[in-house]
Design a protein around this ligand. Structure first.
Ligand SMILES: *Cc1c(COP(=O)(O)O)cnc(C)c1O
Length: 398
């Protein structure tokens, strides 16, 4: 476990800017590139198709884009990885990892719970992989000779359960482990230091951080990055350079954003626990909610998301329509606080049985804490929660 420094977040991917004579990173929107020499072009093209970074000329923007590469280098640096490969969304990044795994074997092991669409993608069979679902303790028993990947998420969405990455890596043996680290960000954990092979982010969330970018990224070794670039060249699941620019622009404030929202989340989680309309509160920083002692070992802090239970779907609906400051919306990791209903929205594609197995009941709400004053957030939550507790007034005509 290590803490990324604020200095590194500010300067990552910017070391050459002074030499270029600019202060902000340049944006290259070219779809094609003028070729100086056919033989050079052929060797660049061959390199790109093999998943390498073309040295001489990008040739065509599906093969390589310098603005995207700059953002990739910055995120690789924050994840303490050799390389990173960016995609048009988090799901495109996960799909690329699965298609790449498909070349090594036809079986994957996935740990419950994961993001709803990730589960949907695995269940759909679209990637051509057979899936065994299990808990961290059963990974070793689930291994087969054709197992190509172990996929896990920590903190998990939406229950915020923490999974011990080192234990899963040990159980997986030679099989690479992919960690969806979207909820943690490189500020709170760097899965590569725990032995993970792939670190995936829906960069739409904290890395972008301002609710205006859809993006995905995989940080890994250069050898594994080549496999992913090959998939990207073949499938075209690119990140647009303007989106890459915005993503890179958000990185300098990432540590400040996460630290601030995390401090607010800790306050709100304790106050939610004391509210009469709230049942269980799920927040890894609360007493008893980190049984493996992963905070301080795997993560530097409990994060910025809270899941809490109200009585039923009606109560959840009332809270979502009564909030005024918090935005009722899916997604997370934005500067503004967002509240959503996993059973009805992000995890709706799952069967009810699958939702219940993952601890997603009808009264569960997930709050992504933003950068507002925590007291203002509490006032908003409290007025929405008080409203569901008030006994319905009887309309008796006299
Ligand atoms: C949002 C999310 C994804 C999917 O990312 P998109 O950018 O929406 O495609 C994957 N994993 C987790 C944990 C997420 O929160």
């Amino acid at each position: 476990m290590s803490q990324i420094s604020r200095t590194r977040a500010v300067h990552a991917g910017r070391a050459d800017l002074a030499k270029l004579g600019v202060h902000a990173p340049p944006i290259d929107l070219s779809s094609t590139y003028p070729l100086d020499d056919l033989d050079n072009a052929i060797s660049s093209l061959d390199a790109a198709v093999a998943g390498e970074i073309p040295a001489a000329n990008p040739i065509y923007a599906r093969l390589h884009n310098p603005t995207v590469a700059r953002c990739e280098n910055a995120i690789a640096e924050l994840e303490l990885c050799e390389s990173a490969v960016a995609f048009g969304s988090g799901m495109a990044a996960i799909t690329a990892c699965l298609l790449d795994a498909r070349q090594r074997g036809s079986h994957v092991i996935a740990l419950h719970p994961v993001y709803g669409t990730t589960e949907h993608l695995l269940q759909s069979g679209l990637a051509g992989l057979e899936v065994t679902w299990c808990d961290a303790a059963d990974v070793h028993d689930a291994l087969r000779p054709d197992t190509a990947l172990v996929l896990m998420e920590t903190p998990a969405n939406p229950t915020l359960a923490l999974v011990d990455i080192e234990a899963v890596v040990a159980a997986a043996g030679d099989v690479p482990v992919l960690v969806d680290s979207t909820f943690a960000t490189p500020v709170l954990q760097q899965p590569i230091t725990c032995g993970a092979s792939y670190v995936v982010h829906s960069a739409t969330k904290f890395l972008g951080g301002h609710g205006d970018v859809i993006a995905g990224i995989v940080a890994t070794s250069e050898a594994r990055a080549r496999g992913l670039r090959k998939v990207r060249v073949a499938t075209g699941a690119l990140l647009h350079p303007l989106a890459a620019y915005l993503l890179h622009r958000g990185l300098p404030t990432l540590p400040l954003r996460v630290e601030s929202a995390q401090a607010s989340a800790a306050k709100l989680a304790r106050r939610l626990q004391r509210h009469g309309a709230v049942g269980a509160v799920h927040f890894p920083g609360l007493h008893g909610q980190d049984p493996l002692g992963l905070i301080g070992r795997q993560m530097t802090g409990p994060g910025t998301l809270i899941a809490f239970e109200v009585e039923n779907r009606d109560a959840a609906r009332s809270v979502m329509s009564a909030i005024r400051l918090i935005t009722p919306a899916v997604s997370l990791g934005s500067v503004d606080s967002l509240l959503q209903h996993p059973a009805g929205l992000t995890h709706r594609v799952l069967s009810e049985a699958a939702r219940l197995r993952s601890g997603i009941g009808e009264g569960l709400l997930r709050l992504s804490v933003g950068l507002e004053e925590p007291e203002d957030l509490w006032q908003d939550l409290a007025q929405a929660l008080d409203a569901i507790r008030e006994p319905k007034r009887l309309n008796i005509a006299v």
